[in-house]
Design a binder for this molecule. Sequence first.
Ligand code: MTE
Ligand code: QUE
Ligand code: MOS
Length: 835
Amino acid sequence: MKSLQHDSAVTHVAGESEYIDDRPALANELQVGVVFSEKAHAKIKKIDLSLAEKTPGFAGAFLAKDFAHAHWGTIFQDQPFLAADTVRFVGEGVVVVAAETLESLRACLRAVRITYSELPPILSIEEARAAKSFIGFERTIARGDVTSALAAAPHRLEGSVAIQGQDHFYLESQASIVYPKEQGAVEVHSSSQHPTETQHVVAHAIGIPYKDVVCIVKRMGGGFGGKESQAAWFAAYAGIVAHRLKRPARIALTKDDDMIMTGKRNPFENFYNVGFDDEGKILALDAQLFSDGGAYADLSTSIMERAMLHSDNAYFIPNMRVVGQVCRTNYHPHTAFRGFGGPKGVAMIEQIIEEIAATLGKDALEIRKLNVYRPGFDTTHYGQKIENNMLPKLFAELERKCNYVARRKEITKANAAARAAVKSAHPSGVKNSAERFPKIRGLSLTPVKFGISFTTRFLNQANALVIVHRDGTLQVSTGATEMGQGVNTRIAMIVADELGIDPRKVQVMATSTEKNANTSPTAASSGTDLNGMAALMAAKKIKGRLAEVARHVLSIPEARWATRTAGLGTEEEVEVTHAEEAARDFIFQDGMISHVGKPDAKVDFKSLVVEAYLNRVSLSEYAFYRIPNLHFNKLTGKGDAFMYFTQGAAATEVSIDTTTGETKVLRTDILMDLGRPVNEALDIGQVQGAYVQGLGWVTTENLFYSPGGKLLSHSPSTYKIPGIQDTPREFNVELIENFGNTINVRGTKAVGEPPLLLAISAWTAIGDAVRSARGENVFPRIKIPATSERILRAIAPGAFTAYEAKPAASLIRERTKPTQKSSAKTRNASKKAKK
Ligand code: MTE
Ligand code: QUE
Ligand code: MOS
């Protein structure tokens, strides 16, 4: 199908697209805010509302006890709506306040006094492991005999990779407006990826049945996983206010409050022991993954599972064991973020590949191609066979397209000259100097194989409602939510294509739980897969009925047909018993319908629809879809976890400034297998966007916490997302032709998350450049994100001792309150974690 612009492109650019906080205020509307904890872990001694209550504009304050249920949670119900007696992270809600205006709300929030008695917090994976502070149980996915294969391997490497989190940085912060309706019901408008859960959580908070809550999502100003579970608490806050005070209630967080309160991408610390042969073939991998789940479970156990299922990335590893454990700490509860666990598993195996290459003195691409899944070696460590494997072809074609071999040669030569220049200028290493140093370049090509399906089987279902109106236009409703990815445009195109009409005649409606219930979050890149398929199924049913009507219409002379459409009487009933088969002989194309046996007789779509109506044939349809054949056993860690894999590869060339450590991405070439895209332009936009978002994660987005566990980088001035200057100077995105994914809707493949993982090639390219700068065959283990500071430290580890951060020590002291018994060992551990 051809490309069509995003259905909101014009209104986005014109500033006319409506987000939650753009909804006009009703006269009696209240503003809602939250007083949140300033402590990472503490007992609440006293909550003093007396001053707030006297503040002009105060309308109400709600505490934990005002909620019908204390806890909520997507997988484990362990998160309090508001902290009752203990706070467990900085940013945890304690008091919900309602006021007449934003100004009075701010005054009321400031007037709330909370006193705490502090408890020792757990602020790193290391501390959590030492304290055995975990969420869920340890899980293992394994194949083969790892222990003996490791022992027998000619080469072994042991190492670890440390990965920080990432803020979603959606442009629209968490927001919700709740309108009280008759008899205690509420209507919730939320910036949520998961209207069904938001509906349920609001009902649970207020203590009313699900039937009394409708949740509506028009669109989000970005979600990226951050509004999958965590939109719900904010809707619940507004819900409580609206229900109790019987007035519309609006909550729209500031960017700073949003960043402080909400969870991020989970930080990970992964340890590995790998065995390989002289060629570089991986014989065995023993890996242990730890993630920082934050204070509550949220989606962290599912994220860990996906990390474990992606620790192979694109490589066949005959003996493999991956063990995963989520740690409970005193940070905001970490959550879904584009890629879910995938990027954290893939970063590890890609670092391993680089280390093997450095050890053997080979190009990492050679090691990758040696280990890639290929015929005969195409079963994953969880036992799923990779059908329609595009990986070898992607490697071969991208290597050629990006001119890898010649560029590698040129870069090696240029780097050697640059290295010599650095050495002669500063024999003792890089120093702070105004002098311009040469730049060192790095190149890396990494693949992605991303499993498509929720690994939690029940989520792989969707339903859709398709309505045809008598002017020949359609309204389609599904559980999918639009967050910028273009799911509405894709669904409209799928339905329009099936009926042979212009996609602009199809309007995809705001998502609402009164039209589509029991829906899954728009997540796991499966929004179009699931909801597009349900909509297609509904459209097919209508198409079949229209075909039955067309059979009558087309056999009738034009003059008589005109009187019939005027509703002047119909002699015969249209039978619609075998509607779907009936459609097979009819051609729905360019707004006209004809029969294969009589291609010259045509009726236009609108007239046919009117004829169907006059003949009392239903023009609405509902359909349900579930993904067939998913058999992943969570207990054994074996089975077909995914319907299929979206695959791709990227070659990234970076240049690092050896004076500042600054990275520039000079060129990126991406080759993706997206099957047969519904809308190529939207898909390419997703690839570019995901890659650049991943680039932020691996380079500049540095979440910085105080020693007390408070996020300090909570605004764009302290948290650096990529800007246009950070995008690749040359950026080539191409799609590989693949008509083989017949299992999915229209032969497409999901695109939303997979390309984010391709940015890992920028991180490995930085490693390659640093290795080159040092002139040693050792791949540096640079924590993600590879910030300028970390790059400089990696280039010249000794050169920075003089600048070691002294103030950190005093900050550590601030955290170590006299009442707290914290050993010197944990203090050092947390100091290390802050780096
Ligand atoms: N693209 C935009 N513009 N904004 C977003 O918030 N979220 C991503 C991806 N692309 C996102 C996006 C994430 S995390 C997912 S899971 C998918 O879109 C969800 O949408 P889909 O399943 O319809 O692709
Ligand atoms: C990918 C995902 C999700 C996932 C699994 C994936 C996801 C999600 C859940 C999930 C798991 C258990 C539950 C639940 C949701 O699993 O987004 O309600 O009980 O929410 O592989 O993106
Ligand atoms: Mo996307 S992280 O699955 O919302």
